[in-house]
Design a protein around this ligand. Structure first.
Ligand SMILES: Cc1cc2nc3c(=O)[nH]c(=O)nc-3n(C[C@H](O)[C@H](O)[C@H](O)COP(=O)(O)OP(=O)(O)OC[C@H]3O[C@@H](n4cnc5c(N)ncnc54)[C@H](O)[C@@H]3O)c2cc1C
Length: 480
């Protein structure tokens, strides 16, 4: 509980209408895209870096937890204010400050929605490649904090490859400006990289300088359908081994194909066990078409029974609708879904897919598989109904088996969603004790009072047991 004096002070910083303490408002700020929920004591929406500075100085002085929030589309529990305190909503900081065409760079506030930035830079012939499927909602600040990826990241890289500079408000309210409008910079430690992927635990990102590319003029998209999931997963490595670097190589299994077809009334082969979306882009139409034809040959050799090249932009948009609409489409299949984000080397996808099918059988769940297969990043999803007695224990065991399998295959826990509360108990297994203790030292140096996004990223329990069940879940925290 915060004192009335603290709430008044916050009102003085951001204006009374941007300080929310009503029960309904606090519930609205208690969720992300997982099943978790916990209310903050107050939600505050600053308009600029200076206001964030004043909020942080107050929080530091009074030792109040602060959780930065973009659009709360996170899939790891990162914005759940599990320790209460101040929820710092950055949605009002949504200005594209500058598009510098000559240098192919953009300067944006952290709350800019990713798709908004993409549209604005495309108007002047530039291109911001990172494209999380949530791009119509998520923010650049959230993308930086999670090092977000997306379908195009196989060819173009993830958020960290585009961040040239950051403005970060530190735990004690100091403003750190690091990097700059510079393509090369070897002056000291690469501080922007330290904050990328730090999930709001090291500082609040308020402004970002991004690198842009020329917008490719041509894009060609095809879909390949398989009667065996294993054939599709083998095709991923075969395409990359053939010397082609596709813009996109997305995998969807049979349940995902049918869920999308139902949700969006699309005409897709219902009995296909897997579908790959193959896309290439560039500036030379003939060369792009040739690479898509070459990919079609490779997947046919691996067992694809049908390959369709989108003939019109409407057909291409429909394919992308199917992929980007997967979240809500799958949401209709069961009351709950545990969606994971493991990553292995692309060549190990067939083994990983095999392990997922085995884990599904062992624990009695259907585990859906989709993801950015080209870069080895899969989103296996367990569908369940958490009102059924004992089901959460089984989900936990199946999820644990998925993480263990990914680590055994030389992979990692998260390719793009981050750790948050959901995977923190597995961090030592994934990183080893030395890397984890270096991370703890960094955290302590930058946030000695531990006020920035407490209980995230770092393990909180002696054992993994209860790693999901101990989390505050939806419905436990609703006001009476
Ligand atoms: C349907 C769906 C599809 C998705 N597809 C993808 C995908 O393809 N690729 C992908 O990478 N992710 C995907 N995600 C996950 C999510 O959209 C990303 O993690 C995204 O980067 C989160 O952005 P956000 O603005 O919503 O951040 P939030 O959820 O608000 O925050 C996420 C984390 O970042 C921290 N944070 C947010 N803003 C700041 C800031 N300004 N300064 C410091 N810390 C901050 C928060 O404290 C939290 O820890 C998907 C989610 C959904 C629901």
């Amino acid at each position: 509980m915060l004192s009335e004096k603290t709430i008044e002070e916050l009102r003085g910083i951001v204006g009374g209408e941007h300080v929310h303490i009503g029960p309904a408002e606090l519930v609205a700020y208690s969720y992300d895209a997982t099943f978790q929920q916990h209310r903050p004591d107050v939600a505050v929406s600053p308009a600029c870096t200076e206001e964030v500075v004043e909020v942080m100085k107050l929080a530091y002085r009074e030792v109040i937890p602060v959780v930065a929030r973009g659009a709360s589309t996170g899939l790891a529990g990162g914005t759940i204010p599990v320790s209460g305190g101040i929820l710092l909503n950055l949605a009002r900081m949504n200005k594209v400050i500058e598009i510098d065409k000559d240098n192919a760079m953009a300067v944006v506030q952290a709350g800019v929605v990713t798709a908004q930035l993409q549209k604005e830079v495309e108007k002047v012939g530039l291109f911001y490649p990172p494209d999380p499927a949530s791009l119509n909602q998520c923010t650049i600040g959230g993308n930086v904090a999670c090092n977000a990826g997306g379908p195009r990241c196989l060819k173009y890289g993830v958020t960290r490859h585009y961040v040239l500079g950051l403005t970060v408000v530190l735990a004690d309210g100091r403003v750190l400006r690091c990097g700059g409008k510079l393509m090369k910079n070897s002056t000291g430690y690469q501080l922007p990289q330290l904050f990328i992927g730090s999930e709001g635990t090291l500082g609040v990102v308020t402004e970002v300088i991004l690198r842009l590319l020329p917008l490719p003029r041509v894009r060609s998209t095809a879909t390949a359908f398989f009667s065996k999931l294993e054939d599709a997963s083998r095709s991923v490595a075969a395409i990359i081994a053939s010397g082609i670097l596709p813009a996109t190589l997305e995998l969807m299994d049979n349940v995902c194909i049918n869920a999308s077809a139902d949700y969006l009334s699309l005409d897709l082969p219902r009995d296909a066990q897997a579908m790959l979306i193959l896309e290439q882009d560039g500036n030379d139409e003939a060369a792009v078409r040739k690479e898509v034809e070459r990919m079609a040959e490779v997947v046919k050799a691996q067992g694809a029974f049908l390959v369709k090249v989108a003939a019109t932009s409407k057909e291409r948009d429909d394919l992308w609708k199917a992929r980007r609409g997967l979240g809500p489409a799958l949401g209709r299949l069961s009351p709950n879904r545990f969606a994971e984000d493991i990553t292995v080397a692309p060549g190990r996808i067939p083994e990983m897919v095999h392990r997922l099918l085995e884990i599904g059988k062992e624990f009695g769940f259907q585990i859906l598989v989709f993801g950015h297969a080209g870069d080895g990043n899969l989103h296996p999803s367990i569908l369940f109904d958490n009102t059924k007695p004992g089901v959460m224990e089984q989900v936990e065991k199946a999820a644990e088996a998925i993480f263990d399998a990914a680590l055994e295959l030389g992979g990692t826990l998260s390719g793009e969603h981050g750790i948050g509360t959901l995977k923190r108990e597995f961090m030592e297994d994934a990183l080893g004790p030395v890397a984890l203790s270096v991370m703890k030292d960094i955290k302590k140096a930058l946030d000695p009072k531990g006020i920035l996004n407490p209980q995230k990223v770092f393990p909180q329990r002696a054992s993994r047991k209860g790693f999901i069940m101990a989390l505050p879940t939806l419905g436990n925290d609703l006001p009476g």
